[in-house]
Ligand binder design. Structure first.
Ligand SMILES: [Zn+2]
Length: 298
């Protein structure tokens, strides 16, 4: 089920990260991702950094940040770096404190002439598999209001290091001229994520398969910026789906860990719910056991 999960020889990594977005309550899928991250960290000697990705300023909320701490503590998942609580997050670890770094990278892209402003609306872009290049030659001023900044991408083949070796794939159509700065002026996820990973020395990245295209875009961006990111290894895990077969979304609904906590479920009960949804039909007593069972299924 988790193809490419394991490695023929023991490997050593320095740092991985748990990087939730505080835009909703965490669900079983997020928890599974954290467990795989913590398990791989244990096994490879990596430290785990907690990085809260809060550049979506309209949706980020302290309630959801608090839920990250509550969920990690409830599941007993350890992390060695990053904020320990809401106060430390607000005082020092929010991505707001790293805006200068993101903006410096954006400025370098601007000066090298590799970006253009785009004022396409969401509805204009709807139904296109790839950005149709609408604004590439419009010369809209970069400082015009309500424009996003897009990187002028070229067809490229990208090598992704995984736990076993390398996979080479083309930059996908959906990442054509991908956005590096959003209309609200904040850096886009692709940019803040890669700048942070390089800044913190992350060399092992665990994420869901839904972020595969983002991985390719981030590797592409790191190449454009000349950042030493190509050596990082990636593990893309399968996603848990809801009972209707669709991707889980963050909400206060039945799949949120918060809801289960409030229903009075114990840590072990919640871990076994996650296990079942991940196709593990044995009882587990803690997250480490769940990680071992997930690994054994491959
Ligand atoms: Zn456009």
């Amino acid at each position: 089920m988790m193809n490419g999960f394991f490695m023929d020889a023991p490997q050593v990594y320095k740092r991985t990260r748990i990087a939730p977005t505080p835009s909703g309550y965490l669900h079983v899928g997020n928890a599974l991702s954290f467990i795989i991250t913590a398990g791989l960290a244990n096994e490879t000697g990596a430290q785990t950094l907690l990085r809260i990705d809060d550049m979506d300023r309209d949706r980020a909320d302290d309630l959801y940040v608090q839920d990250v701490f509550d969920t990690l503590q409830f599941l007993d998942i350890p992390w060695q770096q990053g904020p320990r609580d809401l106060q430390e997050y607000k005082g020092q670890w929010s991505q707001i404190f790293r805006l200068d770094r993101y903006n410096a990278a954006l400025e370098r892209l601007r000066q090298s002439g590799q970006i253009f402003a785009c004022n396409c609306s969401r509805s204009q872009l709807k139904g296109h598999a790839a950005y149709p290049g609408t604004c590439r030659h419009k010369n809209i001023p970069l400082d015009a209001p309500e424009v996003s900044w897009r990187l002028k991408t070229e067809p490229a083949s990208i090598s992704v290091k995984n736990l076993n070796g390398y996979i080479t794939e083309d930059l996908p159509a959906e990442m054509t001229d991908f956005v590096v700065r959003k209309k609200d002026g904040y850096p886009a996820y692709q940019l803040s994520s890669v700048i942070d990973d390089v800044h913190f020395g992350v060399d092992l990245i665990v994420r869901g398969q839904d972020l595969w295209a983002s991985t390719l875009a981030q590797l592409y961006l790191s190449r454009v910026l000349g950042l030493p990111f190509g050596g990082a290894a990636f593990y893309h895990h399968r996603l848990l789906l809801g009972s209707d077969g669709t991707k889980l979304s963050k909400s206060a609904g039945a799949t949120s860990i918060k809801y289960m906590r409030e229903q009075g479920l114990s840590t072990v009960q919640v871990l076994n719910i996650i296990a079942k949804q991940a196709g593990v039909n044995e009882v587990v007593n803690d997250w480490k056991q769940l990680y071992e069972k997930l690994k054994a299924k491959l």
